[in-house]
Design a protein around this ligand. Sequence first.
Ligand code: PMP
Length: 394
Amino acid sequence: MFETLQQQPADKILELVAMYREDPRADKVDLGVGVYKDATGLTPVMRAVKAAEHTLWETQDSKVYTGLAGDPAFADAMIDLVLSGAVPRANVAAAATPGGTGAVRQSFELIQMANAGARVFVSNPTWPNHISMLNYLGIEMVPYRYFDEETRGVDFDGMLADLKTARKGDVVLLHGCCHNPTGANLNSAEWDAVIGVLLETGATPMIDIAYQGFGDGLDADAAATRKLVAAVPECIIAASCSKNFGIYRERTGLLMVVNNAGDATALNQSTLAYLNRQNFSFPPDHGARLVTMILTDPALRADWQSELEDVRQSMLGLRTALADELQRLSNSDRFGFLAQHRGMFSRLGTTPEMVEKLRKDHGIYMVGDSRMNIAGLNAQTVPILAKAIIDAGI
Ligand code: PMP
C-alpha cells in the first residue's frame, strides 16, 4: 500500500542546515535554523535547567503517568508566567503538549472540532508550520497582510482591513511577540485596534507565543497577550518553553483556552484532555517538570530570569551592532529596521536570488525568504554580514 505515498516537500530550513554543514569555508555564517546560539555558536543548557535536572534526578521516585493534561502545577506556573492574573485562573483550561508545535496542532484540532467550517486567518508571512498544519488538517486559511516590504515594519492598515473580513466562528492567529519570520511587531496602540476589530467581528483570537523573554522582556513580551485575553470573551493561547528555557528537545508547551463569558472551563478542560488522549495520551513530562521547578523556586527563577535577560540583551546588542555597521557602510538609515525588530529573527527583505548570492559568494546562510537568525551572529561575523549585504547590492 505504501507505493501510493508521494514525496512530501523537504523542510527548507533543515536542507539549509545540511548545506551549511558541508560548506568547507572557515568564515561561513549560519543564520538559518531558529535556535539561540551564544557568542561561541553553542546552544547551552541554561544553569537553572541543569540545577533543576540535578535535583529531579536525586528526588524523583516514580515516572508513572501524569494526567492527560499533564501536571496541573505546570499549567498553574505557565498560566502565571504568560497571563500573570490578567484573567481569573478559573477562566482558563490548559493542557501540556509536546512543545509549542503540539499546542498549535492541538489548537487547530480544537478549532476544527468546535466549528468544522472555521477559517483561520494567518499573517502573511507566518511560521511555515502554521500553514502546513492547517493544510494537513484541511482547515481553510485566509492570509492577512502583515509585512510591509518597503518599511520592513508592519503594514498595519492592510492588516486591519483584512482582519475586518473575519466573521464569528473564524479564528485570527496572532504572534504574541517576536513575530516569526519577520521580527516586525505591533505596538500597544495597534494591539488595541486589533482587539477592537476582534470584538467588532466576533472572531476568536489565537495567540502563538513562542519567544516570551526574547524581545523586550518577560512581562513586556506578554503584555499584548494579557491585554487581549482580558478584553475578549474567549481566546486560545499556544505557549512554547523551547526557546526561553532552552529545552528545545524536551518538547514542552502549554495550550490554554480562556473563556471569560460563561462557565465553559470544565467543558474546555475535558475537551483538551480528550484531544491529548486521541493524539498521544500523556504529554511529555520532563521539560514541564523542570519549568515548574524553576518557576516555583525563587532562587532558580531568579537565576533563570537573569540568564534569559543576558540572552535577550546579547541579541539586542547584535541587532544594534549590525544596524550601526550597515549605516556606516551604506551611509544611510535604510537598515535601521534591524534595530527596531524584536526577537530572534529579522527579515532582511530581499529576493531569493540575493539570498542565494549571499550563500554562494559569501558563505552566509539564511532562509530563502531572507529571514536571518540574529542569534547566529557574533562580534566577528557582524562586519562580515554587513559587508556582504552591501557588496551584494542589497
Ligand atoms: N510557534 C512559532 C511561531 C515558532 O517559531 C515555534 C518554534 N520554531 C513554535 C511555535 C514551536 O516551537 P516548539 O515546538 O519547538 O516549542
